[in-house]
Write a protein that binds this ligand. Sequence first.
Ligand code: PLP
Length: 427
Amino acid sequence: MKKHWRIETQAIQEGFTPKDGDPRILPIYQSTTYKFSSAEHVAKLFDLEVGGHFYTRLSNPTAEGFEVKIAAMEGGVAAMATSSGQAASTIAVMNICRAGQHVVAASTLYGGTYSLFANTFPKMGIEVTFVDPEADEATICAAFRPETRCLFGETIGNPGLNILDFEKFSRIAKKMQVPLIIDNTFPTPYLCRPFEHGADIVVHSATKYIDGHATSVGGVIVDSGNFDWGCGKYPEMTEPDESYHGLKYLETFGKLAYIVKARVQLMRDIGPCPAPMNAFLFNLGLETLPLRMQRHSENALAMAKYLEKHEAVSWVNYPGLESHKSYERAKKYLPKGASGVLTFGIKGGAAAGKKFMESCQLVALVVHVGDARSCVLHPASTTHRQLSEEQQIASGVSPDLIRLSVGIEHIDDLIEDVNQALLASQK
Ligand SMILES: *Cc1c(COP(=O)(O)O)cnc(C)c1O
């Protein structure tokens, strides 16, 4: 029966099935640890011979409810929740890439991910080559080295809002025999399921639409179970792990190998686990995700069309607009809508942009995207300010760019507020 559930039903029903007399709602297991009566049972848990929770850094029943639900919604085999989106991307890569190895990534990435790849990974001996995602296949393939271990991109680049050419990227990943890791934060599985387009692993900042109400920072890694870790390049999956008495992940766990290894090695040793309370809120957020993503997408499209005609606006960038460079791809990969974030250029540049943001009354100046409340931001002076101007432009940020995360309020109220702020910005 489960197999036939559509995503709206999965969003409500997956992850927690109460037995007689149990709470109807996934409980918040606010407990660091779990009680046992047999020492042998605990030993077996530690040796991964039996499944079960024994310490909340490694796993927790509330986090598990969230993990099972998001894995089902993405169409994957397993997931691991983390304390932030950054932790999810860090672990997703570190799980298969070590010092001396290499990553190829689209240059159009969220600022924090760009910085992780450009600054922090190199300090740990992992080098990253950024490629223009619009470059042709041969050019992108030329960035690969024998030691390259993954290809990384975002479904919708933040904040460039370019749509990834999944066909090209998944073809390259297959040819180069590495997994394609996709940050699917902006579309969420309601609007796009990257595994259906050849991605192998998905990461999310759950902080954005999954939470949806700006309450909690968190992330999650989902594995499709499709990548062949036995291809010869990933001995950490096939050879004995001495930190687990010689356990071989692929042989023992099959399609679950990638997530089990991420959990028992990296979550064990580094420890960015989600708080049970936050996992509860992410699970709750998922319940209404399909409804919210519909409204976010409708409102953003209406706002984009309005801004396109506004005299104070020089350009509008929203993948749902026919004028957008990725419009055909948006129709192909995001047929239900292009999510809630758009960017535009304001006449009068950075100074007018500042005035605009300060004149908004309903739309709030907030360093955030993807929650029910509309918000606005100037990336060049905030999220991307640690990058050089060259790096900013490579990741899709121009100095006059304003990013608007369109919420689920009534569109007429939003347009009214944006219009008065635009008029004020031109004075
Ligand atoms: C916010 C964001 C992240 C980072 O997530 P945090 O939860 O803030 O750590 C990663 N990718 C994208 C696309 C984001 O928008």
